[in-house]
Design a binder for this molecule. Structure first.
Ligand SMILES: Nc1ncnc2c1ncn2[C@@H]1O[C@H](COP(=O)(O)OP(=O)(O)OP(=O)(O)O)[C@@H](O)[C@H]1O
Ligand SMILES: [Mg+2]
Length: 262
């Protein structure tokens, strides 16, 4: 399989604080690549670089061999049409109805008749298990429903690449399993290449072709679910086995001490 996405020597500083340190990875066409790591480890920051919402301090992001970090704004906007992005916060437009949110791409970029856009929105909403909510506003939905509307929007224009930031957080187990199945279905039926950021280890292990574990902006391990399970790295073991004690916890308390906290 050819390489679809390549991240090379990615560094990111916000002001003087370095949050991403020399991250390198490839995602192959049709791969489901899952990124896991603790809160604040840099997962969302990494995928924001892949859609060009953030510019690296140094490093490259190649998509189909084009370095998107060197594109002009207008070229980047065009390039983004290949990519669906589910924001961690959902980021729906509050003043637009559900169907307008889901059909936003078509309202903005095409002359498709409204009736067809509505129909398409209904179809995409069905894929994420929602119906009869087209004319509601985001504020009238539950948190899990908003998340799924955002997911319907991310997949609405059949992008080649989908970046999912915490697609199952806040969802019940059955709905989460349905979303997992949808990620695989999009891969199998349309050939989508996926990057999934998640805290949900059960989901990670069930959908991933490969998993990358990051800690404090650094890659600690990358491999198949089997390789990650068998990784000898103590950070990986603590994380995947949800152990309250281990190197991650020690670092946490060290930090509190050095910052003069409790
Ligand atoms: N725009 C920004 N300006 C300054 N610092 C930022 C910005 N975005 C992220 N950070 C910092 O970068 C670090 C990584 O943040 P990021 O959102 O990537 O973490 P994450 O792994 O996605 O965490 P979570 O699992 O909680 O979503 C954090 O310390 C955060 O405070
Ligand atoms: Mg995040």
């Amino acid at each position: 399989m050819s390489v679809k996405i390549r991240v090379e020597g990615l560094y990111k500083k916000f002001d003087k604080r370095e949050v991403i340190h020399d991250i390198n990875f490839d995602v192959k066409e049709r791969e489901v690549f899952v990124i896991v790591g603790g809160s604040g480890s840099g997962k969302s920051t990494v995928i924001k670089h892949i859609i060009g919402l953030l510019k690296p301090t140094s490093g490259k992001v190649l998509i189909d061999s084009t370095d998107i970090t060197s594109l002009k704004d207008s070229e980047l906007i065009e390039f983004r049409k290949k990519i669906g992005y589910l924001f961690q916060e959902g980021a729906l437009f509050d003043s637009l109805k559900v169907w307008e949110n889901v059909g936003f791409y078509y309202l903005e970029n095409t002359k498709m008749p409204i009736s067809e856009i509505k129909k398409l929105a209904t179809e995409k909403l069905a894929l994420v298990g929602l119906k009869d909510i087209e004319d509601l506003y985001p504020s009238q939905l539950s948190g899990g429903m908003r998340k799924r509307v955002a997911l319907a929007r991310a997949i609405s224009y059949n992008p080649e690449i989908i970046l999912y930031d915490e697609p199952t957080s806040g969802l019940d187990p059955v709905t989460s399993a349905m979303i997992d199945r949808l990620v695989l279905k999009l891969r199998d039926e349309i050939g989508v290449t996926s990057i999934v950021v998640t805290h949900d280890l059960e989901s990670a292990f069930s959908i991933a072709d490969r998993i990358m574990y990051i800690h404090k902006g650094r890659v600690i391990a990358v491999g198949t679910p089997e390789e990650i399970k068998n990784s000898p790295n103590p950070y990986v073991q603590q994380f995947i086995n949800r152990l309250p004690e281990g190197p991650i916890t020690q670092e946490f308390f060290e930090e509190i001490k050095t910052k003069g906290g409790r």
